[in-house]
Design a protein around this ligand. Structure first.
Ligand code: HEC
Length: 109
């Protein structure tokens, strides 16, 4: 009787494992997503190269703030052409991962 349940339990394990994992930020994935962002957000003096404009420092910013900002840009409740375009390319998972990665970088740059 129990034997009949084993494949079902294994299947359930396969389904549940990624779901549980998705709740946790993956810093390695975040680092990959952040690669594009650093083109603007990783530059010394916090300005873009050309055309020159100010870019806020987000390394070491809190995870919650980064996450909320990205959702706001994506939803259009916070308006900024460049960042809205950036945020539109991100999934919920990307936002979670990249926010965790930036938050983990410390505020010393
Ligand atoms: C082309 C340059 C550029 C790129 C690429 C870029 N950003 Fe931005 N980002 C900006 C600018 C400029 C602002 C300021 C926008 C504003 O005033 O609302 C900003 C603002 C932000 C803010 C809000 C900061 C604050 O202090 O309120 C966050 C968070 C952010 N960006 C995250 C990201 C992430 C994550 C990525 C990569 C997916 C990214 N940005 C890619 C230029 C860029």
């Amino acid at each position: 009787m129990l034997k009949r349940w084993i494949p079902a339990l294994l299947l359930a394990g396969i389904w549940l494992a990624p779901a549980a994992h998705a709740e946790e930020a993956d810093l390695e994935e975040g680092r990959i997503v952040a690669f594009t962002c650093l083109g603007c957000h990783g530059i010394p003096f916090h300005t873009n190269v050309f055309p020159t404009f100010h870019v806020p420092r987000i390394k070491g910013q809190t995870e919650g703030y980064i996450r909320a900002s990205l959702h706001a840009y994506r939803d259009g409740t916070r308006r900024h052409g460049t960042m809205q375009a950036q945020a539109h390319t991100l999934s919920d998972e990307d936002i979670r991962n990249v926010a965790a990665w930036f938050a983990a970088q410390g505020g010393n740059r």
